[in-house]
Design a protein around this ligand. Structure first.
Ligand SMILES: Nc1nc2c(ncn2[C@@H]2O[C@H](COP(=O)(O)OP(=O)(O)OP(=O)(O)O)[C@@H](O)[C@H]2O)c(=O)[nH]1
Length: 352
């Protein structure tokens, strides 16, 4: 089994839920509060002398509501975030174009750009903000093209403060992402250590129970029939007693390598005890699993432990059982254990 496969499974159990929740809640909050405010402002301006403002606010409010409804219907899709970024681009520049209520539009733009930075993820947000600001600059320096009119000093103050604001917002956002990434990596490493046997680097019993069988129960179609093979090295105590514990450790490592080389990357080889291992073959019938176990058994037998003066034949016994559904994994493991016991009692170096 590839180390990266174990990492991949652990990573799946470690997704950055906090970041996803932050984006989603920001989208909901700004959509409901912002959409309602815009609808109210459109209403207040009805009858005023700025029809563009009413139209811009009404369009923004409607699209914001439609977008947030779509995000509830498709909660796993990112499209609503990118649409929200476009709505900001439109509303931001519509406020500059129309001048907003009593020409106060420029003051409402800071939170809008911040929303764009959070909701659209970091790199695309750079593009969104650049496009939004470029359009704004074109309008502010070509005021003959737009409805509102701003004094030159207001434009300078706005652009300078907005420039500073954008820098600070991106720096803060970058730190948030970096620190979350480091924290997730640390957590992943800690989880990996807790789920890995330090000697053989194989996944351990905790990994099987807390991660693998969880995953299996969530997606039974991809795993069942699930064949399990309990493997135990024969007379391992003799190796320790004859050559010492260190040599015993080396035998365990060699044994691990042989087993890993005999299985597919989607199979699992775990160390469940001292000289006891569990091999799992997803999507394998009992007959197939017995054949696969026989291949491993023959490979182990064919490769004695050779080091210096030591030449020791290694064999192992195998107990195989197959679970057809999620409900009988424990019974299957017990059956595989019983079969191993039979293999041991009937002469060892066998698959039962
Ligand atoms: N070197 C080493 N030995 C270990 C480790 N974990 C368990 N052992 C040893 O494995 C041996 C297991 O011995 P037994 O349970 O008697 O089994 P066995 O000698 O393999 O005999 P059968 O299983 O009946 O064939 C014991 O001597 C343990 O000390 C380890 O990490 N390293």
């Amino acid at each position: 089994m590839e180390h990266s496969f174990l990492r991949h499974l652990l990573k799946g159990a470690h997704k950055d839920e906090a970041e996803a929740r932050r984006r989603r809640l920001t989208l909901y909050f700004i959509s409901y509060v912002g959409g309602t405010l815009m609808a109210i402002m459109a209403g207040i301006n009805v009858g005023g002398d700025n029809p563009f403002l009413i139209a811009a606010l009404a369009v923004s409010a409607t699209v914001i509501y439609l977008n947030v409804i779509a995000s509830h219907i498709f909660p796993h899709s990112d499209v609503s975030y990118y649409v929200a970024g476009l709505i900001v681009l439109f509303t931001f520049n519509a406020l500059i174009y129309t001048g907003g209520y009593n020409n106060t539009g420029l003051y409402f733009l800071y939170p809008l750009i911040f929303v764009q930075i959070i909701v659209v993820s970091f790199r695309p947000a750079l593009l969104y903000v650049a496009a939004t600001m470029m359009l704004a600059v074109v309008m502010l320096f070509n005021q003959h093209l737009i409805y509102a009119q701003y004094a030159e000093e207001d434009v300078s103050r706005f652009l300078i403060s907005m420039g500073c604001f954008i820098c600070v917002a991106f720096i803060a956002e970058n730190f948030w992402h970096q620190s979350r990434k480091e924290m997730l990596e640390e957590n992943l490493e800690r989880t990996r250590q807790a789920n890995t046997d330090p000697l053989t680097k194989l996944p351990n019993r905790r990994f099987l129970e807390a991660v693998y069988f969880e995953k299996v129960s969530k997606d039974p179609v991809s795993y069942f029939p699930l064949s399990t093979v309990v493997v135990d090295i024969d007379h391992f105590k003799v190796i320790n007693d004859s050559y010492g514990h260190d040599v015993g450790d080396e035998v365990l490592i060699q044994f691990t390598e042989i087993m890993k080389s005999a299985v597919r990357t989607t199979d699992i080889v775990a160390r469940t005890g001292g000289e006891e291992f569990l091999v799992i073959f997803p999507k394998a019938t009992l007959t197939q699993a017995v054949k696969l176990a026989e291949i491993i058994r023959a490979k182990v037998e064919a490769k004695p432990f050779d080091k210096g003066d030591i030449h020791h034949k290694i064999t192992a016994s195998f107990g195989v059982a197959t679970a057809l559904t999620d409900g009988n994994i424990n019974a299957t493991l017990k059956q595989a254990d019983d079969n191993l016991y039979q293999a041991k009692n009937s002469g060892r170096n066998k698959v039962v």
